[in-house]
Design a binder for this molecule. Structure first.
Ligand code: MG
Length: 381
């Protein structure tokens, strides 16, 4: 029996993880945490026989405490305390945003394995988080489809044989276009393959999400940026590839379904059945690939540059992106303003080395302020 703590249980990854766990007698949920969706969290706790939950929002936690007989931990510290309170074998970190980094650090410090769906843990904290995992022997397992594919491909290869990682990108709703000045919020939210939340859908439209994934892949697998490629693959059936030293290139294929990488991470190193349709290549017909366009999709270029600069640069990139995407969704800046705000913020805050997690939180706050000023300059009076 493997005891799993799910952080971010009401989100897309969390709810699908609960589905996978319901279908797996060898997995048990021992705790659940969410932001403010207390009714859903309490319902999930009842369904899975969970005795303790965490809610980052204190009002939501108070309401859950009144409505439910179990134990409720309140606030972001409460969510982190849940790790000690439930002593899980594995933490699935599906928290959205920088708050997820702290939970990854708490779990790894305690030597607990982490199935990682929180991007910030590696985009912001990659250098420190990987060193921490190394020091305590806790394992980090990817949940994102691309990194899960890479993990599955790499795990059987001897060290030193992997030449390149090839991360696939759907290309988003604006693939092939070069004029993005006039695109609307509704256009940008219409993702062709994956159904996701607001910010990540915009990050997919700008290709920033792919940039983040390259940064994560660099930390997860320890390859330098010049050996990680991005290729646009609109069918989203090839989830990533690796090239080896003997000229072989191996791909991971499947229909897009997050339950597959979630199940892989929860069961690792075992594989368990997942009820998904079998890949029918003849019905698919053809798979196509094209070069990404880093000029139109400047966010991808900015992410790769920030990744290569290292230190605080990816933290600045992420914070500026979050502020700029929120401004775009509110109709305050145009779509192309997202990259403009990020570029300006990166120029204003050159990369510094990171030695403590506190450096990241200070940089994050500073970058948000600078980015907000950048947004105000772009906002029509
Ligand atoms: Mg992905």
């Amino acid at each position: 029996m493997r005891n799993v703590l799910i952080l971010g249980s009401t989100g897309s990854i969390g709810t699908q993880a609960l589905e996978v766990i319901s279908a797996s007698p060898e997995l048990r949920v021992v705790g659940l945490a969410a932001g403010r969706g207390w009714e859903t969290t309490v319902a999930q706790a009842r369904e899975h026989g969970v005795e303790v939950i965490g809610l980052a929002d204190r009002d939501a936690a108070a309401r859950a405490g009144e409505a439910w007989e179990g134990r409720v931990l309140a606030g972001e510290e409460g969510v982190r305390e849940l790790i000690g309170a439930t002593e899980p074998d594995l933490v699935l970190n599906g928290i959205v945003g920088a708050a997820g980094l702290a939970s990854t650090v708490v779990a790894l410090t305690a030597g607990i394995d982490v199935a990682l769906a929180n991007k910030e843990s590696l985009v912001l904290g990659g250098e420190l988080v990987m060193a921490l995992a190394e020091a305590t022997g806790a394992q980090l397992l990817p949940v994102d489809s691309e990194h899960s594919a890479l993990h599955q491909l790499i795990r059987r290869e001897a060290p030193g044989t992997v030449d390149r990682l090839i991360v696939t990108a759907s290309g988003g709703p604006f693939r092939g276009r070069t004029d993005l000045d006039e695109v609307s919020v509704a256009d940008a939210l219409a993702h062709p393959t994956w159904k996701m939340g607001g910010r990540i859908t915009i990050d997919s439209a700008t290709l920033m999400n792919k940039g983040f994934e390259v940064i994560e892949a660099h930390h997860f697998f320890g390859l330098p940026y010049e050996r990680i490629d991005v290729v646009v693959h609109p069918q989203s059936l090839v989830h990533s590839l690796i090239s080896l030293n003997d000229g072989s290139t191996i791909a991971h294929l499947g229909y897009p379904d997050m339950r597959v990488p979630i199940s892989y991470a929860l069961h690792y190193p075992e594989r368990m059945p997942v009820d998904v349709p079998k890949l029918d290549l003849a019905a698919v017909g053809s798979l196509t690939f094209e070069e990404p366009d880093p000029e139109t999709f400047a966010c991808l270029r900015l992410a790769l540059e920030a990744g290569a600069a290292g230190g605080t640069a990816p933290t600045v990139l992420n914070a500026a992106d979050e502020v700029a995407v929120a401004a775009f969704l509110e109709g305050r800046i145009p779509f192309t303003g997202i990259a403009a705000v990020i570029e300006r913020t990166l120029e204003e805050l050159p990369a510094r080395p990171v030695t403590h997690f506190e450096d990241l939180f200070a940089t994050d706050a500073e970058a948000r302020e600078r980015a907000a000023a950048g947004v105000r300059e772009l906002t029509p009076a």
